[in-house]
Structure formats: C-alpha cells, structure tokens
Ligand binder design. Structure first.
Ligand SMILES: Cc1ncc(COP(=O)(O)O)c(C=O)c1O
Length: 415
C-alpha cells in the first residue's frame, strides 16, 4: 500500500485522529553518521518517527536516517550514472556486496546469494527442487502463507504430498517439537520447511535439533529465517540446515527489497533456477540469482545497514529486544482475561510476542489499539492463533510500552 493510500484508509476507517497527526515526524534532523553510547534514547533520535506508537516492526524495520540518507545518495548516483553504471559496475558491485554479506553471516561466499526477499529465496528452492510424483514435504500450519502456497503449487504441478503438522504454542521441550516433525516422516519424505521464528507468535524453533534428526532420515531442511537475521544472534553454519532464506528489510533494516539465500554446497547442483541462466555451472549458486535489471541502490545500501547494526552490536540488540518484549508481556501474562500466544521460556522468543483478549476478536483489538490509543499492531487470526502481534524495535521506549500495557488493561476492562 502506498503511503498516501495508507493514510487515506486510516482516516476512512474513522480513526478519529486528524490527518496531520499521522503524518507528523517526531524525529530530529536526518543524520548520516551514527554512534552509540549505550543510551537507547539516542538510538531513537536516529529515526524519524510518526506520532503514533509503532509496534508492528515485524512487517519491516523502517530505516534509521543514517541508512536512509545513504540510500538516497546511492539512488542519486545510480540515476546520474545511468546505464554507464549498470554496464560497468553492476556485476562487480553485486559481487562485492555478496562478499560483504557472506562475511557478515560467516558463511562461505560460494553458498550465498542476495535476493529480493524471503519469498524469492524460499520459493526458488521449493520450485527448483527436482520433485517426483509421490514425494512428500512436511510443514507446519504456522508457516508463512506464501511458502505454503508454493508447496500447494508443487502438489498440483508434480503430484507431491504436503503433510501438515501443528506446532504447539507452548511446547514442553525441544524434543517434543523434534518428535512432531519426526513422526510425520515417511520413506517418501524429501523436505521439511520450518521457520526459525514463527512469524505470527514469535516462537523460536530448535532448528539445529530438527536438522540433525531430519538428516538421519535423509530429509533436507529448508529454513524460513525471515525474522531471525539481525534479530537474535546465531550462525547459519551452526544450524546444519540445507537451505536458509531471509529478508534483510526486516531486522537488518536494509531498504525494502533485499534478502538472502544460503544453500549448502552439496545441494546447489540439483536446484533448478527460476530464471534461465547458462553463464554459471550447475554447481555455482549464482545460477539462482539471475533476476534481470536490479534496483542497485537497494543492494548498495546493505553495507550501511550492516554498519548501523554493528554500531549497536548484535548481542546488545538481541538483549534489548528481548527486554522490551518481556517488559510488556510479563506485566500482562498473569492478568486475568489475557492470552499470551508466545512461549514463556526466555530462549523461545525474542522481540516478538502475540497477545489476545478473551472474548474479543484480534481485528477489534487491533482497531481499538489504533483508534483509541494510537498504537499500531497487526491482528492475527489464523493457524490456531488469535491475538495481536506486538513487535517493538530498537527505537521503542519503555514509556511507549507502559502506554501499551495501560491501553490493553483499559480495553480488557471495557470489553
Ligand atoms: C516467516 C516469514 N516468512 C516469509 C515472509 C515473507 O517475507 P518477504 O515478504 O520479505 O518475502 C514473512 C513476512 O513477513 C515472514 O514473516
């Protein structure tokens, strides 16, 4: 949705808020430099924010002005240089960014490409795998819809069988989750699709244990890491997965339209590219990266986003996001009338959690939060999850979360 339409819809939805209220920027002047002295209020100043409370950063993370200003420079340069840039420098710049990203993720560059988003990364694998009629794939109902749709398409096209499982909202142990996947494996199973963090609840799954189990049965594991990269600390190489896709415009705060696809070396040759490519050998992952003319200013902004992230520090960011989530969820967890749809164990979640109010639809809760309290969230009413997904970001203050908790208590009381 365009910004103009976004504002129009909000107003037509009767938000009882002057239009100017939504479009007002609350930040300071754009800055191209960023330093972090440990004071989160200064991180907030690195953003230009609207005057509503944004607790829907799970869709994508808006850019700090540092990265935004650099992106604008990149766009301007690209436009000034035109096809001269594209012909002379596009390929070498793409390669340089791929190297930078491989270093950042600590994976061999031969196993990584930069894509436009998680959808492109995962769908490249789902559509490019050499499926045979009767092959089986396992996935949870809580997986992202586009990937489930892509598997449905393979079922129609090649006659594969998709086995659905349900991940419990509050699992007893890692082993209980692994067992769920293992029980669904048959001699015909070829692939498991599993989210590193389930997008509707924020639950983190034990990927390494699932991969180790799957490999014992000769089953490949495709990991949806849309919400994991630059959210919490891990190494893809420690997961022992076969394929890993993620979006960089989520937690790394790269401008919209960037993602990564990791494919373990031994799995590259059997994957068919989505777009024809003969310049690279079947064993070269770059065969999967032919997407035509690219908005290069997006990829060229990736190093600036990495710079911003590194200045905060990976561990510090993870700790802050988990702190913010627990700050509000621990206050509401024990109150009557609320349902928390995210596991309580600290290691099973980070910045994202989901909460519902008994007897109230998620849609009305989201609407009340925005209309009456100027708090923007998203309603989730699918795959056994009923509630609003609450996603703070590094610029979120505890003051804002106090307002959120107060709003929830008021809404619940008046329900
Ligand atoms: C778990 C998960 N997978 C995939 C996606 C798709 O991401 P994108 O639209 O960037 O491709 C999302 C988006 O929110 C997601 O939450």
């Amino acid at each position: 949705m365009k910004k103009r339409d976004f504002i129009k819809n909000m107003t037509m939805g009767g938000l009882a808020m002057p239009l100017g209220g939504l479009i007002k920027n609350m930040g300071t002047k754009p800055q191209k430099t960023f330093t972090f002295d440990g004071d989160w209020n200064n991180v907030r100043k690195a953003y230009q924010l609207r005057d509503y409370i944004n607790l829907e950063n799970g869709y994508y993370n808006i850019l700090p002005t540092h990265t935004l200003e650099h992106q604008i420079d990149q766009l301007r340069d690209l436009n000034d240089d035109g096809s001269y840039y594209m012909r002379k420098y596009m390929t070498s710049d793409r390669e340089a960014t791929r190297q930078t990203m491989a270093q950042f993720l600590q994976v061999p560059v031969e196993e990584l490409i930069i894509t436009r988003n998680t959808t492109e990364s995962l769908d490249t694998i789902i559509s490019g795998y050499p499926w045979q009629k009767g092959d089986e794939a396992i996935m949870a109902r809580q997986e992202y819809g586009s990937m489930l749709d892509m598997f449905k398409q393979q079922a129609r096209r090649f006659g594969i069988v998709n086995t659905m499982i349900d991940v419990p909202l509050h699992p007893e142990s890692d082993e209980a989750i692994v067992e769920l996947y293992e029980k669904a494996i048959t001699p015909r199973t070829k692939m498991i699709l599993v989210s590193h963090m389930i997008n509707i609840t924020g639950q983190i799954l034990p990927i390494r244990k699932i991969c180790d189990m799957a490999h014992k049965h000769g089953v490949k594991v495709l990991v949806d890491g849309a919400h994991a990269i630059a959210h919490f600390v891990f190494k893809i190489s420690d997961l022992n997965c076969d394929y890993y896709g993620a979006s960089l415009h989520k937690w790394l705060s790269v401008p919209l339209g960037a993602g990564i696809l990791y494919v373990k070396k031994e799995n590259i040759s059997e994957i068919w590219p989505l777009f024809g490519e003969t310049a690279y050998a079947d064993t070269d992952i770059r065969k999967l990266n032919h997407t035509g003319t690219m908005p290069m200013h997006i990829e060229n902004s990736i190093p600036f986003a990495i710079q911003f992230y590194n200045t905060i520090g990976a561990e510090r960011k993870e700790e802050r996001l988990r702190y913010l989530q627990r700050y509000w969820s621990d206050q509401l967890r024990t109150q009557k009338g609320f349902i928390i749809n995210t596991p309580e164990a600290k290691e099973r979640s980070c910045g994202i959690a989901n909460i519902g109010i008994e007897g109230m639809t998620p849609a009305s809760l989201a609407e009340k939060l925005m209309k009456d309290h100027k708090i923007w969230t998203v309603a989730i009413d699918s795959a056994g999850v009923k509630g609003c997904r609450i996603t703070p970001n590094v610029y979120t203050t505890t003051d804002e979360l106090d307002q959120f908790v107060k709003a929830m208590l008021t809404i619940q009381k008046n329900n």
